[in-house]
Structure formats: C-alpha cells, structure tokens
Design a protein around this ligand. Structure first.
Ligand code: NAG
Ligand code: NAG
Ligand code: NAG
Ligand code: NAG
Ligand code: NAG
Length: 481
C-alpha cells in the first residue's frame, strides 16, 4: 500500500525521503567559553526548530547534558584536556567519570549519548606535548568503563583531533601520513579505534588555510569552484576540505586502516575578527558545504554520506584569542541565539534565516558610553585597556565589523562591552568618571553595541583550563597550491 502511494505521489515521496536523509548527518558544536550561556533547554529547542539532530559538547556539565533528555538529539559529551591525567592515572577515576557523566543520564530519563570525546585537540603542537602521554591511556580507560557499564556497543570513546596530526609532504593527499613525531602513537590509537569500531574524529578548517597563508587561493577554501584544481594521480581536488579529508583517508590507507569511519568533529567559518571573517563568506562556505552534505557527495576517496558537526552554534565571548580575534565569532548564531545570515541546514539551498532561539531574556535597553563633554582622549586610554582586557573588543580590529568607528566610538564600544559583560552593574559604567549610561541605542553602521542577555549560569571568573589553539597550526598541504 505504502508503495502504491509512493508510486502515485512519487515526487512527494522523494522530497520527503531526501529531506529526512539530508539532515541525518548534520550536528553542531556548542562551546561553553562564554560569559552568558543560553539556558540548555533553549538551546535544545533551537536545535529542534532548525532540524539539527546532533550536538557535540566540550565537557559533560550535568545540567547541560540533562537538558537533552527526551529530545531525541544525539549527544557527544567531552572531557577537557586538563582532566586527561586523572583519567589516565586510574581506571577507578574513569569508572567514576562514566558513572556520573554517562550512566546517570541514561538511567535518569534518556539522554541519547553516542560518543565521548576524550580531550580536545590534545596533540596540537602548540600544547608542546603536554597531553601526549595521558590521552591514549585515558581513552582506553574510558572505553573500558563504557564497556563494563554495558554501553560499549552504543557509546564510543574517541579523540577529537586537529588535522595537524597528519600532513602531506607535497600538495597531494596521496603523499599524506601521520605527523612524524606522532606517528607511532597515532598508529596505536588508530588500531584501538578500529578494534572498538570507534570513529576517527577530525577537525578541518578551510578558513585557517586562508588565514595562515596570504597566498592561499581564496576560491579553493569554498565549494563553488573557480580556483586551479590539484591533480593528484587520477583525482582532481577543487576545494581544500576534500583535499584535507582525503589526506587523512590516504594516511589511514597506507597504515592498513582503510575502512576506519571518519567523523568531521568541527567545520565552519567565523563571521568577525578578520578580513575574511564575515557573514558573506560564512554564508558562501556553509551554502556550498551543506549542499555537498545533502547530495551525499562525500570526497573523491570517500563518496557517500558524511557525519559532521558544524562549528559552532553560538559566539563565545571568552574564548582564547591567541590564535586570532575571529575565535570569538564562530557562531552561526549570535551570543543570544539570533541568526546572523541565511543558512539552510537541509542543504537544499533555500534563502531563509534559521529559527532564532526562543524565550531569551535580555537585560534593560541601556548602554554605557563615553560622556559627551570628555575631550582629552589620552585620559581614556588606560580605561579602554582595562575594559577590553576584561571583556571582548574583538570586533574593533582591522577588517572587523566595528573597525570604522571614530576614536570616541572606540572608547564607547569598549566601555559598553565591559558594562554588558558585568551584567550592567552601575559600578561597571564609571571608568574614572568618563562614562555614562544612556538609553539611546549606541549601535552605529554595521557595528552592533549589544545588550547582554540574562544568564542562567554567570560564568565570568571561572577558570576554563587550557583552551583551543585551533588557529595556530595547519597541515602543510594547504600552504602551497
Ligand atoms: C563529570 O564531568 C564534569 C564536567 O565535565 C567534571 O567536572 C566531573 O569531574 C566529571 N565527574 C567525574 C566523577 O569525573
Ligand atoms: C609551548 O612552548 C612555548 C615555547 O617554549 C611557550 O611559549 C608556550 O607558552 C608553550 N605552550 C604551552 C601550552 O605550554
Ligand atoms: C590629558 O590627560 C593626560 C593623562 O591624564 C594628561 O597628562 C594631560 O595633561 C591631559 N591634557 C590636557 C590638555 O588636559
Ligand atoms: C579603534 O580601535 C581599533 C582597535 O584597537 C584600532 O585598530 C582603530 O585604529 C581605532 N580607531 C581609531 C579611530 O582610533
Ligand atoms: C540597536 O540597533 C541595532 C542596529 O541598528 C539593532 O540591531 C539592535 O537590535 C538595537 N538594539 C536594541 C536593544 O534595540
């Protein structure tokens, strides 16, 4: 009967099926390095509203994880790098971790946990080898604890890795192999993942190819062609994402793990904080990428559907900016869950704004700005320094959305960011008598002076451990072309 209906209304059936499958692979990262996090239940709602079915977290904060109970959203929980040592030192610690951060959620009412991400890009050269000894033992302990608790078939432990664990001697994916200093360890890890039917999790960033190399051909970072392809044996590469991914495929193949499942743990484009970070290019990147996902094109060496997690859901105003000011602007949505540009997660290429977060509460509509009668700008310099080093001024830099403000605008921007991140406390808008609170919207041109949201868990002042150095490094492959 169903078949008959499908034959009659064939087109309709095709649309239905393809829309469902297209979305099956799309997940998103939700980072927590933010002064005013959205309520996890609001986030769960916005994922559902936008047809996003998977979420990747960087920790296992119980309150966050439990918000996904009964939502049908698949969850990857994370373990921070600074916890790796404890988990590597003792199997008992790993057992405790699984008991509190996995078993509890499954018993208490159904969080659909699928993966545990052990560490976050722990082998980045920027970490100077700090986590090289502890990561693999921690991975083994966590998987063993999952197995012992009876979840081994459904929940897999893996390591979210930066693409710099492999490299290519030349421009060609076929010259790929593991980074020399990591080679032996990576082979052990890959064997372990293979034996446990766990995936290889890799973060791939075309934006950083462009950011790190001014000679990089811009079009090669996107999916709509226009740049000179790389010819590798009988395969042509028209974008760096495919070339990077297939460098990994070659690496695995050379080491006899050709069939290992690969998941892209992070991929995305930032919208501010650099000349190439804006909504126009982010839109171009996601549009091409999501269409590619929907068409299940895969890469030349791995055609077919792919499991991917976009990076990221929301801007994070406390992220480490050592790699670049863009680090705080990876969100597809603003800090408050409002969309920045049109994006069609189903990959059908429709021009439409995604659905904003619902139920977000804002603080009062008031801004902190430089007093009109202040003329001596020298006086403001130390105050601006203070404001910026304790808030987020990454939109002021060269090529960013607020770079065209005049001197007074700059000062006001800094004052306001500090004031908002301090929950609009009256004392936070003094600056030695130079500042005042106003009711008139201080935003101008393309530069938004935000109003902070009411936060459920105000995290200002919390220590976050070591943060991601994602921008520092890059596989050699992308540097040439
Ligand atoms: C569970 O995860 C949280 C957050 O990541 C962590 O702080 C805590 O130590 C973990 N619990 C155990 C028992 O290890
Ligand atoms: C790594 O070493 C360099 C140079 O010795 C140092 O500047 C940097 O802070 C170190 N990074 C970490 C994460 O320890
Ligand atoms: C401006 O402020 C600086 C620093 O407070 C001070 O040294 C300088 O004398 C002031 N200039 C004028 C014209 O008041
Ligand atoms: C405003 O601040 C930014 C960042 O510090 C700087 O690049 C820019 O030149 C400043 N603009 C003016 C007019 O001082
Ligand atoms: C202030 O103005 C900006 C830009 O015009 C706008 O996007 C923003 O929503 C306004 N803020 C408030 C609280 O009205």
């Amino acid at each position: 009967m169903a078949r008959a209906v499908c034959t009659i209304v064939w087109t309709f059936c095709v649309i239905l099926v393809s829309a469902t499958l297209a979305q099956a692979g799309i997940g998103v990262n939700w980072g927590s390095q933010t002064s005013h996090p959205l309520h996890p239940s609001i986030v769960a709602g916005m994922l559902k509203d936008n047809g996003i079915t998977k979420i990747k977290l960087f920790d296992a904060d119980p309150w966050t994880v439990s918000a996904f109970a009964g939502t049908g959203i698949e969850v990857m929980v994370g373990i921070a790098n600074n916890q790796l040592k404890d988990l590597s030192d003792s199997y008992g610690n790993a057992k405790d971790w699984v008991k509190h951060n996995v078993s509890k959620h499954i018993r208490d009412g159904g969080v659909d946990i699928r993966y545990v991400g052990v560490g976050n890009e722990p082998f980045l050269t920027g970490f100077n080898g700090t986590y090289v000894k502890t990561t693999f033992p921690a991975l083994k302990n966590i998987q063993k604890a999952l197995d012992e608790a009876g979840y081994g078939d459904k929940i897999k432990a893996t390591i979210p890795l930066n693409a710099d664990v492999y490299e290519s001697r030349s421009n060609n994916p076929s010259d790929g192999n593991f980074r020399k200093d990591m080679r032996e360890l990576m082979l052990q890890i890959v064997r372990f993942l293979h034996d446990n039917k766990s995936p290889f999790l890799v973060n791939i960033y075309p934006f950083l190819s462009l950011y790190d190399n001014s000679n990089f051909p811009v079009d090669f970072a996107f999916f709509d062609g226009g740049s000179k392809p790389i010819q590798d044996k009988n395969v042509q590469y028209t974008n760096v994402f495919d070339a990077n991914f297939d460098t990994l495929v070659w690496t695995l193949k050379k080491n006899k793990f050709e069939d290992l499942k690969i998941i892209v743990g992070e991929v995305g484009w930032p919208t501010d904080g650099d000349k190439n970070a804006n909504t126009k290019l982010a839109k171009r990147f996601y549009n091409g990428f999501l269409k590619k996902m929907a068409n299940k094109k895969g890469t030349p060496l791995r055609p077919g559907p792919m499991e991917v997690y976009l990076f990221g859901l929301l801007d994070e105003d406390m992220k480490n900016v050592a790699p670049g000011a863009f680090e705080r602007h990876w969100g597809i949505f603003q800090y408050d869950g409002k969309p920045k540009f049109s994006i069609d997660f189903s990959g059908q290429g429709h021009e439409k704004m995604p659905t904003a977060a619902k139920g977000v509460q804002y603080m009062d509509s008031q801004w902190c700005v430089l007093k009109k009668d202040i003329k001596n700008m020298t006086e403001t310099a130390p105050e601006v320094d203070y404001a910026c080093s304790n808030s987020d001024c990454t939109s002021l830099g060269y090529g960013s959305s607020c770079n065209n403000l005049d001197v007074r605008g700059n000062v006001s921007y800094a004052f306001n960011m500090y004031f908002q991140m301090q929950d609009q406390s009256v004392e936070a808008c003094d600056f030695n008598g130079l500042a005042e609170i106003v009711k008139q919207n201080a935003s101008r041109g393309g530069c938004m002076f935000p109003i902070m949201i009411m936060s459920v868990g105000n995290r200002v002042g919390l220590a976050y451990g070591v943060s991601i150095f994602a921008g520092l490094l890059l596989i050699n492959l992308v540097a040439i072309v």
